[in-house]
Every structure is written in C-alpha cells, then in structure tokens.
Design a protein around this ligand. Structure first.
Ligand code: SF4
Ligand code: SF4
Length: 451
C-alpha cells in the first residue's frame, strides 16, 4: 500500500487509551503463552481471557479500536490481581504491570468523563479517605481494639450481627488481625550501636504503621545493631499506591513529592521499606511522570528518591550481617509476596536472612510464585477469586505443617492470618526481620509465638 494511503496507528487508535497505554509494550507480546501457567486467575478459571496473553490481546484490541470495552471485557481485566507473576515468566520482557495499570487509569478517566462517576463509596471512604491517613486509621481502630479486648468481636461474629454490615465491611472485620498492645511511636532518630556505618531512613506506611508497628521496631533494632543510624521522618506519608491504583494520580503525585521532601531533608543514604507493596510503589515513583502532575524538576527528584529505595531484606543482605545467636528451633514456610518477588525481583534476600537464624528450617511450598489473593484492596473488591487463591495458598502451606509462616508484606500477612483464623489454625505469621531480631535478642520461641 502506498504510504500516503496507509492508516497509521495514531489515526486508528482509541483516543481514550492511545498515548497513555504504551503501544510498544502491547506489541512486545509475541503471544507465546509461556506466562499462562504462572497466572493465578488463569489457573482458577482456565479461561484464556483471564490469562496475561488474553488480557494483552483485549487491551490491544481496545487500544486499537477493534474491541469494544464493555462490561464483559472489563470483567476479565478487573479480575487481574496485578501480581506481575507473568512479568517474571515472560521471556520477551513485557512489562505487564505498566500495561494494566495505565489501562485502568485511562479507563477510569474515560468512565469519569462519560458518566460523571469517579470512585465508588468503598473507594471514596476507605481507599481515599481512611487507609492512607495514619492518624484517622488509628482513631477508627480504637473501637475494634476495644471489641477485641472485651471479646465482643467474637460475639458479633457468632450472633450473626456482622451480617448486617455491607460485604466489604464484613470482610474487613474478618481480616482484622489480633491488634497488638499499643506500641509507642518510633522516635525521629535511633542511634547506631558501635561505629556508625550509615544513615538510613525508615518508611512507615499507613496501614502497616497502625497494625504492624512492632515490625518497624524490629527493623529499627536490627539496623541499629548493624551500625546504622535510623531516621524516621515525622512528615512522611502513605506511599500513594491506593490513590494511584484508583486513578487519583494528582493526589498520589502530591503524596510522593511529600515523601521525597520528608526523606530528602534528612540526607539519608537509603530509604528502607518493610512492606513489599509500598516498596514497589516507592521504587516506581518514576511512573508518576506520565501522570502529568509533576514538573521536570519534580520528576528528577522523584527519580533520585526512587533510586534510594530498598526493601529492608535487600539492604540487610548487602550488609552481610553476622548470624544472630538465639536459637529458634522451628520449621517455617516463607511466603513470597508478589510485590517483592515479581515487582522487585527479590526472593533470596529474605531467605538468606532466615537461614542465618540457628535452628530455623525453611520449607518450600507448591506454587510459590502464585499470589495469595491479597493484592492490595483486591481481597475486598474481588472476594470470590481472592478466597479461592487464599485457600489454595493456605492448603499448600498446611501440607507442610509449619510452626510459623513468614511474609515480607503486610497485605499477605493479613490475608493469611484471616484464613488461618477461619480454619481454626493457630499458626503465627511473622516478618522475616522480626524473627532475625528475636534471635538477636535471644527471645525464646515459646514467648515469641504468644506475642
Ligand atoms: S506476555 Fe510474554 S510470556 Fe506472555 S504471551 Fe506475551 S510474550 Fe509470551
Ligand atoms: S498480573 Fe497476575 S493476575 Fe494479572 S495477568 Fe499477570 S499473572 Fe495474571
């Protein structure tokens, strides 16, 4: 065809997606199908449209204006966990996470323009107005803490009163872990023990700081022992992932820049994160450039900051710590969090840390690459698939009869704890650094398991 008559991609592409969803990434997929067996939703439904290859085909069809984005197509795309297991499996380097995230953002904007409807009630009240705000969340959890202390939470469940709540609230109540005694806030700085080797920033997050502050304390102690001065900026904020994933790119960018300021002012060598989901978001602040709410100087600052972010296990592996002395004679299952294994490509560092603990044995499970169904707020928004995957994971774990489960992601820990509770299993879930810290402090297992 003469070039003057050829239709270019730009001419035929859908204006809602073109330019935002990276077309070259869509073309990178050679449809080999090597990713399908690593896709959790495909394993459950067996439907090609619920596989990475099928979803890329659908996104490309919509982007090229060949497929109508109706509810059926949207359903297949919404069912994706964005776990990025397919990225690890893909030999062609398709960055699937970027594709689905950009596609969803474009779709949200399109729907907003067409219907005037932005977030649904759950996204507005919880994902936007509650979860990212530490103080608010702390206040809201007080009644839940009280119910737990008085055992009334059990009564609400047993009498069926819980069924009066809307489904996402019922699930939130069931997912709420046994809240630990009120932990003090971390101070602004914690000095290094012995000769100071580095100055590190510790990222607290939102939900993690309210429900897993004991993990922050464990990380701080291990870092101090390793000769790090630990800086905890008070004006740091949530990583912005919940806002980013619900299409609120402007507030996500503002939050990211607030974090850049908070840590930038402290002149830290690295910024350390103990929640895989937050770590992946912080490392990918570079993606916010495309959202268009940051000027070129902001973009440079976001890029510099992202380059300093490390998962805590990644950093501790670099420090090559001496083995701790306290014996922990236990058999544990280490559960790979998708946002650590697939999004950050970290799977050995947490295992190396655990292997240093005297007496501890790590057991590997079937399908270690497959998501546990937590996936941020997925477990609240896609309850059926989330339960299916969660139970599949728990079955693999229980086959090993472990003394404890170890996970480096707060979301996975919550999901696993809730499913264990449902099955009446009293198996504790720890962060890898918690166990390392306990061994360093020679806390006996009998005491640790009842914390
Ligand atoms: S995403 Fe990668 S592995 Fe999957 S079909 Fe495309 S090229 Fe193959
Ligand atoms: S991100 Fe996860 S759920 Fe989505 S297509 Fe890839 S492997 Fe499947």
């Amino acid at each position: 065809m003469p070039s003057s008559q050829a239709t270019t991609h730009t001419e035929k592409a859908s204006p809602d997606f073109q330019g935002f969803v990276p077309h070259d990434q869509l073309l990178n997929c050679i449809h080999c199908g090597l990713c399908t067996s690593s896709c959790p939703t495909y394993l459950v439904t067996g439907n090609e449209n619920d596989s990475p290859r099928g979803r890329i085909h659908l996104m490309r069809g919509v982007e090229e204006n060949r497929i109508e984005l109706n509810e059926r197509v949207r359903g297949h795309l919404d069912l994706c966990l964005d776990c990025r297991s397919c990225e690890t499996a893909c030999p062609s380097g398709v960055e699937y996470g970027q594709l689905i995230e950009k596609f969803r953002l474009s779709d949200r904007q399109k729907q907003l323009q067409e219907t005037g409807k932005g977030l649904n009630w759950f996204e507005r009240f919880f994902l936007r107005d509650l979860f990212p705000h530490r103080r608010k969340l702390e206040r809201v959890l007080w009644p839940a803490r009280l119910l737990q202390i008085t055992n009334l939470d059990w009564l609400i469940e047993k009498t069926g009163l819980i069924k009066l709540l809307p489904m996402p609230l019922q699930r939130m109540q069931r997912m709420l872990p046994r809240l630990q005694r009120d932990q003090p806030k971390l101070p602004r700085t914690l000095p290094a023990k012995g000769t100071q080797k580095s100055r590190v920033g510790l990222f607290l997050g939102c939900v993690a700081d309210v429900m897993f502050r004991h993990v922050h304390w464990a990380c701080a102690r291990v870092l101090q022992e390793a000769g790090c001065e630990v800086v905890v900026p008070t004006d740091q904020q949530c990583c912005g992932a919940m806002e980013y994933h619900t299409g609120q790119t402007e507030s996500a960018t503002h939050r990211a820049l607030a974090n850049v300021d908070a840590f930038g002012d402290q002149l830290v060598d690295v910024v350390l994160v103990n929640v895989a989901g937050c770590g992946a978001m912080l490392k990918e602040y570079t993606h916010l450039e495309k959202a268009g709410h940051a000027n070129s100087e902001d973009v440079n600052r976001l890029n510099r900051f992202a380059g300093k972010v490390r998962d805590i296990t990644e950093y501790l592996a670099e420090l090559d710590l001496a083995p701790p002395q306290g014996e922990l004679p236990i058999r544990v299952v280490y559960q790979d969090a998708c946002h650590l294994k697939h999004a950050q490509q970290i799977d050995q560092a947490p295992r190396e840390l655990l292997r240093k603990i005297p007496g501890l044995e790590i057991m590997e499970i079937l399908e270690p690459n497959i998501c546990c169904g937590a996936a941020g707020s997925y477990n609240l928004q896609q309850p059926e698939m989330s339960d299916e995957l969660g139970n599949r994971k728990i079955n693999h774990i229980l086959e090993k009869s472990p003394d404890a489960i170890v996970s480096a992601n707060a979301g996975c820990a919550l999901q696993l704890m809730a499913l264990l509770k449902q099955r009446g299993k009293n198996i504790p879930v720890f962060h890898p650094v918690e166990l390392f810290d306990a061994s360093q402090r020679k806390v006996p297992w009998e005491e640790l398991r009842c914390r």
